[in-house]
Design a binder for this molecule. Structure first.
Ligand code: NAD
Length: 244
């Protein structure tokens, strides 16, 4: 790997991990961009852009990346539907690898979740549980959203069947429902469990992240993969060759 990267959100927790990962892999950081910096010169000078900043920042970054024909890796989560639409409009011009979680293990969890949800059917009701550090400002996590997407694809579940938490007299659980629960506290990097629960047995698929390095290394792998790829929207599953 010998190429140049621009990192957006460079002073954040992930930004620091990305700079360390680039140094470890021998990738040159030509732009470390944070709040108050002009991202354009860094994007012009790089081969690929990696954004782990704030949801409202990504639309502008994707526009500048598209204008300069630079591949973009998006790790930032919490985008509004309008922000998503604005970012997606640039997939006609550049390859964008967009993932709620760049760890290899979590992407294998996505794959296993889809296969398990397909193989079981409605007798096994899905619940998704995630836990993160107390500083996280959005819920559920981008990874939990990805797990919900896999279950919905396998089960053809409609949006209104997604149940975020439960409180009070909730009524019986509809079998097609996907329950989603967000736990917060301490310095937990990220933990996700998908349960598929039937009357007499329960499958639990769990991933626990030990360190932010896994996301940073995965994002670097994705950016390297995206160099020279045709314009379009890609996931980490594409990078890992698991999108069957
Ligand atoms: P953080 O708050 O520590 O860092 C965010 C950084 O972005 C800060 O330094 C902030 O100053 C900077 N920023 C804000 N506005 C900016 C702007 N206009 N231009 C440039 N930089 C700007 O957060 P974090 O823990 O590093 O996470 C960043 C994002 O990445 C979050 O959305 C988080 O959910 C996501 N994340 C994704 C993955 C993944 O694998 N996809 C993994 C971890 C975190």
């Amino acid at each position: 790997m010998s190429w140049k990267v621009a990192i957006i959100g460079s002073k954040g927790r992930m930004g620091e991990a990305l700079i360390a990962s680039a140094q470890k892999l021998g990738i040159e950081v030509v732009g470390a961009v944070d709040q108050g910096d002009d991202p354009a010169p860094a994007i012009e000078a790089c081969d690929a852009v990696i954004d782990f900043s704030f949801h409202s920042v990504t639309p502008q970054i994707s526009k500048i990346a598209a204008a300069n024909e630079k591949p973009l890796v998006i790790g930032t989560t919490g985008h509004s539907p309008e922000e998503r639409e604005s970012i997606l409009s640039n997939t006609s011009y550049i390859p964008i690898v967009w993932a709620g979680n760049f760890s290899t293990g979590v992407n294998i969890l996505f794959y296993l979740t889809r296969k398990a949800a397909e193989a079981t059917g409605p007798d096994f009701q899905p619940e998704v549980i995630e836990m993160h550090h107390r500083h996280k400002v959005d819920a559920p996590s981008g990874t939990a959203e990805g797990l919900i997407k896999e279950i919905r694809a396998a089960r053809n579940t409609s949006e209104d069947q997604i149940q975020h938490g439960r409180q009070g007299i909730t009524g019986e659980r509809p079998i097609e429902q996907i329950g989603v629960h967000a736990l917060r506290g301490g310095s937990v990097v990220g933990e996700h469990t998908v349960m598929l629960v039937s009357d007499n047995e329960r499958i639990e698929l769990t991933h626990k992240a030990g360190d932010r390095t896994i996301f940073a290394d995965g994002a670097m792998k994705a950016a390297n993969w995206a160099l020279g790829k045709p314009a379009g929207l890609y996931e980490m599953l594409d990078v890992l060759g698991l999108n069957d």
